[in-house]
Ligand binder design. Structure first.
Ligand code: ZN
Length: 252
């Protein structure tokens, strides 16, 4: 059970925040930024791989969608806040194909979004509204840029995680990194090898990939990743709020 889980979500929270001087003022902000009913994580299945694509949508997104379609694989896309018509269309097509859209942040600007809990909530509020506009549904899951515990949110991550969880969102880190965002840009072969090596001994794999514009090598690696995981006995699922999350431990 994670901190704040039992108290997650509920439209009564803002008024409760106003009445209790111990309650942070940000709890009353952004009243639409809730994930709905509190959900208990119950899905904890063996040999399941969750492919996750961060930082899109971009021109790579339809290429990824085409490959996923070809293999009959569902995946998860943690999107950024691109509000142009083409990007909204890509988000819509992603959702319509049965994949999950989650929040990653509008700006992906670490110093901005991790300046305070309020700043992060404001960013998410904008992104939630954008995803609603694109797909007709608000997101229920998110991935923190840099992961839930990182060098940029060291001063606020416990408070931030508690508040995001109180609002009913489920966040996912990862336990397999493709390292496709590493400096120098590894080629497709290296990306596939990272993912296959990383998942070899796991019963559940949450795989970090990117579908931002510069990630052509990730697209190229995808068939080998899917076929390699299938050969290891994995099936593929999209993340939902019911999936027991893979999360980083709190730092010291
Ligand atoms: Zn990112």
């Amino acid at each position: 059970m994670r901190p704040g889980w039992a108290a997650a979500a509920g439209s009564a929270a803002p008024s409760a925040a106003a009445q209790n001087p111990e309650t942070p003022a940000y709890q009353a902000l952004f009243p639409d930024l809730y994930a709905g009913e509190a959900l208990r994580s119950t899905v904890n299945t063996d040999k399941v791989a969750y492919l996750t694509f961060d930082d899109g949508p971009s021109e790579r997104t339809p290429e990824v969608l085409e490959i996923l379609e070809r293999y009959g694989v569902k995946a998860t896309f943690f999107v950024t806040g691109r509000g142009d018509g083409q990007s909204l269309q890509w988000m819509r097509e992603t959702a319509e194909a049965g994949h999950t859209l989650g929040m990653h942040s509008c700006t992906h600007d670490y110093s901005e979004i991790y300046a305070s809990v309020e700043a992060f909530l404001e960013d998410c509020d904008g992104l939630s509204t954008l995803i609603l506009k694109a797909t007709g549904q608000r997101p229920q899951i998110l991935r923190f840029p840099g992961g839930s515990v990182n060098a940029y949110n060291a001063g606020i991550y416990q408070e931030l995680i508690a508040e995001i969880t109180r609002r009913g969102f489920v966040y996912f880190d990862w336990n397999v990194s493709s390292a496709d965002a590493a400096p120098g840009g590894p080629d497709a072969e290296a990306i596939a090898a990272n993912v296959l090596d990383g998942g070899a001994d796991l019963r559940r794999a949450v795989v970090l990939l990117h579908d931002s514009a510069g990630k052509a090598a990730t697209v190229e690696a995808l068939p080998a990743i899917i076929e390699g995981y299938q050969a290891m006995g994995f099936t593929f699922e999209a993340l939902t709020p019911e999936v027991v999350p893979i999360i980083f431990g709190y730092a010291g």
